[in-house]
Design a protein around this ligand. Structure first.
Ligand SMILES: [Zn+2]
Ligand SMILES: [Zn+2]
Length: 340
C-alpha cells in the first residue's frame, strides 16, 4: 500500500510502499477514505514538534471503513473514525477521564503509523478503550474526517465560558468549527481573519461580525461592538503569535482567553503579571481531546447538521505529499486531506 512517511523532522515527506498492516488479536484495520491534514502534521514535518517518532506514517484525522476486525466490539463494513490518543487507562489522569494528560500517551500518526495511507491498523489498546468512533453509513467521509478536530473544539468549549460575545481569531478549519458550535448557543460571534476567502466562509456559516485585521484595529472594533467593555472570551484559533497581546486588550475584565492554536516552537509572550492580576483575565489553553469529547463529536457528526464538506477545499493523492502540505501552508484554501 502507499503511505506518506515522515522520515526525519525538517525533511520533505516521502511516499513509500509498505505492506498492508497485519492484525494481532483485538486489532482493527480501517481502509482510509480520507485523512485530514492537521497543523500538528505541518509542525511535525517542519521539525517544530520534537516528540514524533520517525520514521512514521503521519495522519490522525481519519475517515474510513472497517475492513477487518479482530475485536468483538467492531464489525467489518462499519464507517469509522479514530480518537488517536492512546493512553494507559489506569493512571491518575485516565481514571479522571483526562486521557490526553496520560503520561503514557502516544498517538496514531504520531508514535505509530497513521492515516496518510491506504489502510491503518488500530491497535487493541485503542479499540478496547473506545478509541474507534462508529457513525451511520450515510455520513460522508468529507464529514467524518472532521471528527478529531471537532472533538478538540468540544473539549475547548467546555473549558471556555462564552458570555454574550466571543472573538474567534482565525477562520481556518478550527475557527470555522468553533463558529458553528458557538452559533447555537446564541452568543454573538466576532471573527478576525486576514484572508478574504476565509472571511467569506466565516460569514456563510454564521459569524455575526467579521473583521479584516489588516484593515482596522481589531481591538478598537471589538471595543466598539461591546460598548467599550470588551469581549467575554477570545479563542485564538491561529498560530500567529502577534495576535496574543491584542487578545488581552480586547478582553473585558475577568474575561477568558483560550490560546487554542499551535504556536511555533519557543514562542513566548510578555505577560504583565500585575496587569493580569487586576484585569482578572483567565488565560489558558485547550489542547487535544478526551474520550468524552470524542463521544460528543461522534454524536454531532452522526446528526449531519454541521457544514463540514464546504470546509474541505483540497484533496490530494498519497503521491503528492509536499503539494498537499504546501497547499495547507500557503492558506490558498481552507482544509486539505489525502484521498488514498
Ligand atoms: Zn488534528
Ligand atoms: Zn494513563
Amino acid at each position: 500500500m502507499k503511505t506518506v512517511v515522515l522520515t526525519a523532522p525538517g525533511e520533505d515527506l516521502v511516499t513509500r510502499e509498505k505492506p498492508i498492516p497485519e492484525l494481532s488479536r483485538g486489532d482493527v484495520l480501517i481502509k482510509v477514505d480520507l485523512c485530514g491534514i492537521c497543523t500538528s502534521d505541518i509542525s511535525a514535518q517542519r521539525g517544530d514538534a520534537s516528540d514524533y517518532s520517525p520514521p512514521v506514517v503521519l495522519g490522525h484525522e481519519i475517515a474510513g471503513v472497517i475492513c477487518e476486525s479482530r475485536n468483538r466490539n467492531y464489525l467489518e463494513g462499519q464507517k469509522a473514525s479514530v480518537d488517536p490518543v492512546m493512553c494507559c487507562g489506569i493512571c491518575y489522569y485516565c481514571k479522571k477521564g483526562l486521557t490526553k494528560f496520560c503520561p503514557e500517551i502516544c498517538g496514531v500518526g504520531h508514535d505509530i503509523d497513521g492515516g496518510f495511507a491506504e489502510y491503518v491498523r488500530i491497535p487493541k489498546m485503542l479499540a478496547d478503550t473506545e478509541g474507534i468512533a462508529v457513525v451511520p453509513d450515510e455520513v460522508k467521509p468529507e464529514e467524518l474526517m472532521f471528527l478529531e478536530p471537532l472533538a478538540c473544539c468540544f473539549g475547548a468549549l467546555e473549558e471556555t465560558p462564552l458570555g454574550e460575545n466571543v472573538v474567534i481569531l482565525g477562520a481556518g478549519p478550527i475557527g470555522l468549527l468553533f463558529i458553528q458550535l458557538i452559533k447555537r448557543e446564541g452568543v454573538r460571534i466576532i471573527v478576525s481573519e486576514p484572508l478574504e476567502h476565509r472571511r467569506q466562509m466565516a460569514a456563510k456559516i454564521g459569524a455575526d461580525e467579521i473583521i479584516d485585521p489588516s484593515d482596522v484595529s481589531i481591538v478598537e472594533v471589538v471595543k466598539e461592538l461591546t460598548s467599550g467593555i470588551g469581549t467575554d472570551a477570545v479563542i485564538a484559533a491561529t498560530n500567529d503569535p502577534s495576535v496574543i497581546p491584542e487578545t488581552f486588550q480586547m478582553l473585558r475584565r475577568g474575561g477568558y482567553a483560550n490560546i487554542f492554536g499551535i504556536f511555533p516552537h519557543d514562542t513566548s509572550i510578555n505577560l504583565d503579571v500585575e496587569q493580569l492580576h487586576y484585569s482578572g483575565h483567565k488565560v489558558f489553553s485547550s489542547w487535544a481531546l478526551n474520550r468524552k469529547d470524542t463521544k460528543a463529536a461522534t454524536e454531532e457528526i452522526s446528526k449531519r447538521e454541521l457544514k463540514l464538506e464546504a470546509i474541505l477545499t483540497g484533496k490530494f493523492t498519497l503521491a503528492q505529499p509536499m503539494e498537499a502540505f504546501n497547499y495547507v501552508v500557503s492558506r490558498k484554501g481552507i482544509k486539505a486531506a489525502f484521498a488514498p
